[in-house]
Design a protein around this ligand. Structure first.
Ligand code: SME
Length: 147
């Protein structure tokens, strides 16, 4: 795992543009984790989460706060693993193939920047180990944000 973090550090060092960093972070996650069909960012803008750089099928542009798995993550400011998206009230289906999902907040100190959202076509895809991995990636990414 330490090697993955080192790879990620190496990937993002030397760049400060947030769009470019999110684009390569999405690609890194997609390449590093197996069995994903979507990996990317939603960025908090006023009262909506707005689609950011991602890998996967086209997705909804905006998610109102409190809506969907992503909105739940923002409201509670903590990571959420949904083993079966069909059992999650209010889940927003961007790709009909998705069966499980994990959303991790991107926090710069106490300020919420957005979320990293991962989908899988497998039920029960995400483990606590995955959650810790993406939380660490989110923290490394957030430290690069220019405030
Ligand atoms: N399923 C998410 C919406 C975003 S897509 O999965 C990319 C949700 O319920 O918030």
């Amino acid at each position: 795992m330490q090697e993955k973090y080192a790879q990620y550090h190496a990937l993002i060092e030397g760049e400060t543009d947030s769009i470019a960093l999110m684009a390569n972070t999405s690609a890194f996650i997609m390449e590093t984790m197996s069995r994903l069909n979507w990996a990317g960012f939603y960025i908090l803008r006023d009262t909506d989460l707005v689609l950011g750089p991602f890998q996967g099928k086209p997705a909804c542009y905006r998610i109102a706060l409190g809506k969907g798995v992503c909105g739940y993550c923002v409201s509670h400011q903590k990571s959420i693993i949904v083993p079966d998206v069909h059992a999650f009230p209010g889940h927003i289906a961007c790709d009909a193939a998705s069966r499980s999902e994990m959303v991790v907040p991107v926090l710069r100190g106490s300020i919420l920047y957005g979320v990293i959202d991962l989908d899988s076509a497998e039920y029960n895809r995400f483990t606590d180990e995955d959650r810790l991995f993406i939380e660490q990636i989110a923290q490394i990414f957030a430290e690069k944000l220019v405030v």
